[in-house]
Design a protein around this ligand. Sequence first.
Ligand SMILES: Cc1cc2nc3c(=O)[nH]c(=O)nc-3n(C[C@H](O)[C@H](O)[C@H](O)COP(=O)(O)OP(=O)(O)OC[C@H]3O[C@@H](n4cnc5c(N)ncnc54)[C@H](O)[C@@H]3O)c2cc1C
Length: 214
Amino acid sequence: MELRLDVHDRVDHLPGQHYVVRLTAEDGYTAQRSYSVASAPGDPLVELFVERLDDGEVSPYLTDVVEPGDELEVRGPIGGWFVWDGTTPALLVGGGTGVVPLVAMVRHARDLGRLDLLRVAVSARTLAELPYADELAEAGALVVTTREAHGIRPAARLTAMDLLPLWEEGQTAFVCGSAGFAEAASQLLVGLGIPAAAVRVERFGPSALELPKR
Ligand SMILES: Cc1cc2nc3c(=O)[nH]c(=O)nc-3n(C[C@H](O)[C@H](O)[C@H](O)COP(=O)(O)OP(=O)(O)OC[C@H]3O[C@@H](n4cnc5c(N)ncnc54)[C@H](O)[C@@H]3O)c2cc1C
């Protein structure tokens, strides 16, 4: 679900950056989560896309409870590595909600009239579960679905052969998705001979994950 926020004293973001949304309960308990910006820098509002996780602490609140006119505590934009400045060629590879920061890049490119700089491949279980599916397809994205056929393509994961025709010398690759997707996609790219230094990765892992104590 999309949330469009009117952020006071906003600092313009670069496509790829995220915001942190913080919820505070009446007893003072707080929980915060990161959400990538889907909107282009030129959009007067900041658009986030939140996937509802049934057993989640924050996402069900943002998708079910928040209403137009409500105020949210947000911090951002955050991130200095996973960003595209709109001037250099890039290969965007996203899985599931991992497409959100890539959508900001596509929208920015469109605003600049530079969609030619981007090659895009996205993957989701089904088309219905792919955020911004129509917009991505219109921008020429290769759409892969792993649990249903898509067009003439049977249900299958993204392969190196899918990515090979999209790769061009001089591109930076931006890979975003779950930890598993990000790992698999970056391995495909590096396996094609793309320098690891040209591959930037953003993982949407559970942000509440705690590392085991030693
Ligand atoms: C930089 C960054 C950008 C992000 N951008 C987005 C975005 O644009 N849209 C978006 O929907 N989410 C995004 N996320 C994920 C988001 O921050 C939360 O982790 C997610 O909304 C779950 O929070 P929750 O409180 O609902 O679930 P939690 O209470 O944290 O977790 C509930 C259950 O879901 C599992 N879980 C947690 N996170 C995920 C996940 N991402 N995928 C699958 N299972 C998970 C947990 O292991 C647990 O079992 C981003 C994360 C990062 C680090």
